[in-house]
Ligand binder design. Structure first.
Ligand SMILES: NC(=O)C1=CN([C@@H]2O[C@H](COP(=O)(O)OP(=O)(O)OC[C@H]3O[C@@H](n4cnc5c(N)ncnc54)[C@H](O)[C@@H]3O)[C@@H](O)[C@H]2O)C=CC1
Ligand SMILES: O=C(O)CCC(=O)C(=O)O
Length: 541
C-alpha cells in the first residue's frame, strides 16, 4: 500500500548526478555555479522515470514535531496526510513498469538499459508532491510551469507581480515562490512565509531578493545566470544602430504623418568605439557582435578579464568615458554601482556620444541624463530599466511612477523600452526550464548546485537498492564546533557519504545514512534540531 503520497506516481532518475564536466562545455569566465548547472542539465536529460518505484511516508510528528517553537524547521509541508510508521514506510512499495517520458528539455527519454532498476537513483520525497505549493509571479514561461506541474506540485501562476500586502498574504502557505525582476522579496516578506523552502528567480538579477536574510532563514535562492544574455546583447546592438541613425524618432514622426528625410547627425557604426561597462556574460556577447560590425571595443570591469577578439580592457571608468562613442552599462545592482553614471561622468563623455542602460534603473541618474540631452552633450540614449517599474502591463509610465517621466519622454533620440532585454521566446523558455529544474532538485533531493545564497552541495543519489537510507540536510550557522556536535549525533550511525560547505554565516550539510529505522531518524532529527546552531533540518528518504 502506498502511504504518504496522494499521487502514487513516483519517479526515479538516472543514477548519475555526478560532477564530471563534459568536455567542450567549459568556457572562459564561466563561474563555478554555472559549470555545475551545465553538468546537472547534462544528467537531467538522461532521466528515466519509473512509476511507483518506492513509496515512503513520514509520521506527522516528524513533519511538525520540532522540539522548539521556532518557525517550522523540518522542511516538510503542513497538512500532510497522517501516515504510518516509518519502519513500514521504508519498505519498497509496488514496482510498476517503467515508462518513457519527455525530459524537461522536451526530448524523448529512453528507458535506461545500462542500469538495473535496483541501482536506479531513488527519488527522495517524504511528502506528497501534491502538498507542495508553488506560487509563480510575473508570467513565468510555461515550459518552467510544466516541469513543476509534472512533479505533481500545486502550481499557481500569475501574470503580474503583487503589491507587498497581497504578497505577504499569499506567501504564507507557499513552499516555493518563483519571481522575475519586479517582485521584492524583502526581509518582511520572507519572514511572513513560514513554509518557504526555496525561491526561484526566473531571470539573471537577484537584487530584488534579500539573499542574506533568505540564507539565514534556510531558504535557498536560484536564478538563471546566463540564459537571457544573448537576448540582451542583441537588443543593445539593435539600439546602437537605431541611435546612430535616429531611426526611432524618424519612425515616430512618420507614424504621425511627418516625412523627415535627413542625414545630419546620422552615422554608421563601423569604426566607432563601443565602451562596455561590466564585461560579464552580456558584455562578452556584445563585444563579439560589435566587433563583427566593425566597431572598436573597449571595456571597463572591476575584475581583470581576458578580452574577446581584439577588445581592450581599460583601467578606469573615466578612460572608457573619454574614448567611447557609445557607452553601454552591464553591471549588477550593488551599492557601488548606484548612480555610477551621473553629471560628473556624463561631463567626461565625448560630445555627441550615446548612453545605453539595460542593466538596472539605480545605476544611472536619469535626471542628469535628461540635462545632458538638453545641453546637446548626448546625441541620444536608450533605457530599458528604471528606478521604479510598474508591477504589471498598462498605462503606468508617468510622473507618478518616476518624477522625470514626462521630461524623459520629450528627449530627442531616446529609445525607451519596458524592461524587455531578456524578453525573447528563446530566453524565457531556457530560463523557465533551468530554474524549474533547479527548484525540483532542491525540493526533492536537497541539491544546492547553482544556488545564489548558499554553499553548493550535492551528493550522488540514493538508489532503489538502498531502501533504509535517509538523507539528512542540515542548514546551520557557520560557527566553531558545530560540525563536531553534528557528527557526534550522526556518528552513532553508518554515514555512507557526507558533504558540507559554508558561505558566509551559513553552512549546509548533507549526509546519507544507511540502515536507519523510524525511531532512529526521529532521534537524529530531534537531536539536530536541538543544536543552537540549527537553521533548518530536512529529512529526505
Ligand atoms: N534588461 C534586462 O532585461 C536584463 C538586465 N540584466 C542586468 O544586467 C546585469 C549584468 O548581467 P550579466 O552580464 O549577466 O552579469 P555578469 O555577472 O555576468 O557580469 C557583470 C560584470 O560586471 C562587473 N562589475 C561588477 N561591479 C562593477 C563595477 N562597479 N564596475 C565595473 N564592473 C563591475 C563584474 O565584474 C562582471 O564582470 C545583471 O546584473 C542584471 O541586472 C540582465 C539580464 C536581462
Ligand atoms: O525578464 C525579466 O523579468 C527580468 C530580466 C532581467 O532583468 C534579469 O534577468 O536580470
Amino acid at each position: 500500500m502506498l502511504r504518504g503520497f496522494s499521487h502514487g506516481n513516483l519517479e526515479d532518475i538516472s543514477p548519475d548526478l555526478g560532477l564530471d564536466v563534459p568536455s567542450g562545455q567549459m568556457r572562459r569566465s564561466l563561474p563555478r555555479a554555472d559549470l555545475s548547472r551545465i553538468v546537472r542539465h547534462d544528467h537531467i536529460v538522461q532521466e528515466v522515470i519509473v512509476k511507483n518505484t518506492m513509496a515512503l511516508s513520514v509520521p506527522q510528528s516528524l513533519l511538525h514535531g520540532s522540539s522548539r517553537s521556532r518557525s517550522p524547521s523540518l522542511c516538510l509541508p503542513r497538512g500532510l496526510p497522517n501516515s504510518a510508521d516509518l519502519g513500514e514506510a521504508l519498505e519498497p512499495g509496488p514496482r510498476a513498469e517503467p515508462r518513457v517520458v519527455m525530459s524537461s528539455q522536451g526530448r524523448s527519454l529512453q528507458r535506461s538499459t545500462t542500469h538495473s532498476s535496483a541501482a536506479a537513483a531513488r527519488e527522495l520525497k517524504p511528502f506528497a508532491t501534491a502538498d507542495i505549493k508553488i506560487l509563480l509571479l510575473e508570467n513565468v514561461n510555461t515550459a518552467g510551469q510544466d516541469i513543476l506541474r509534472q512533479q505533481g506540485y500545486q502550481v499557481e501562476a500569475l501574470k503580474s507581480s503583487l503589491p507587498e500586502a497581497e504578497l505577504i498574504e499569499k506567501i504564507q502557505d507557499v513552499h516555493v515562490i518563483g519571481i522575475r525582476s519586479k517582485t521584492q522579496l524583502t526581509k518582511k516578506v520572507i519572514d511572513s512565509a513560514p513554509n518557504l523552502l526555496v525561491i526561484g528567480c526566473f531571470c539573471i538579477g537577484t537584487n530584488q531578493v534579500d539573499l542574506k536574510h533568505a540564507a539565514q532563514k534556510g531558504v535557498a535562492v536560484f536564478n538563471s545566470p546566463f540564459s537571457n544574455s544573448r537576448s540582451v546583447a542583441e537588443q543593445v546592438i539593435s539600439e546602437i544602430i537605431a541611435l546612430a541613425r535616429q531611426i526611432c524618432d524618424r519612425s515616430m514622426e512618420l507614424h504621425q504623418g511627418k516625412w523627415n528625410k535627413v542625414s545630419a547627425g546620422c552615422w554608421e557604426v563601423r569604426g566607432k568605439t563601443l565602451g562596455i561597462v561590466g564585461y560579464g556574460h552580456i558584455g562578452n556577447q556584445l563585444s563579439v557582435l560589435a566587433e563583427a560590425m566593425g566597431m572598436r571595443v573597449i571595456f571597463y570591469d572591476v575584475v581583470n578579464l581576458m578580452s574577446m577578439g581584439t577588445a581592450h580592457q581599460v583601467s578606469t571608468l573615466d578612460e572608457l568615458l573619454q574614448q567611447a562613442d557609445f557607452v553601454t552599462l552591464h553591471v549588477p545592482e550593488l551599492p557601488e554601482t548606484e548612480n555610477m553614471i551621473s553629471t560628473e561622468q556624463l561631463n567626461k563623455m565625448k560630445d555627441g556620444s550615446y548612453l545605453l542602460n539595460l542593466s538596472r534603473g539605480s545605476i544611472v541618474d536619469i535626471q542628469a541624463v535628461i540635462d545632458a540631452s538638453r545641453s546637446g552633450k548626448l546625441a541620444g540614449a536608450a533605457f530599458d530599466v528604471y528606478p521604479n517599474e510598474p508591477a504589471a502591463n498598462g498605462d503606468y509610465f508617468n510622473n507618478s511612477l518616476n518624477q522625470w517621466t514626462d521630461a524623459l519622454n520629450s528627449c530627442k533620440n531616446f529609445i525607451l523600452t519596458p524592461h524587455i532585454g531578456g524578453s525573447t521566446e528563446e530566453a524565457q523558455r531556457a530560463i523557465g526550464v533551468e530554474v524549474a529544474d533547479a527548484l525540483v532538485q532542491y525540493v526533492n533531493y536537497g541539491t544546492t548546485l547553482g544556488a545564489c545564497n548558499m554553499p553548493e552541495v550535492n551528493l550522488r543519489s540514493l538508489t532503489a537498492d538502498e531502501p533504509n537510507h535517509v538523507r539528512m540536510v542540515y542548514i546551520h550557522q557557520n560557527v566553531p564546533g558545530v560540525l563536531r556536535r553534528v557528527n557526534e549525533i550522526l556518528g552513532d550511525h553508518n554515514v555512507d557519504k557526507q558533504m558540507t560547505d559554508s558561505r558566509g554565516d551559513v553552512a549546509y550539510l548533507m549526509a546519507d545514512i544507511s540502515n536507519v529505522n523510524q525511531q532512529q531518524i526521529k532521534d537524529i532529527y530531534v537531536a539536530l534540531e536541538e543544536l543552537s546552531s540549527r537553521i533548518r533540518t530536512r529529512v529526505l528518504y
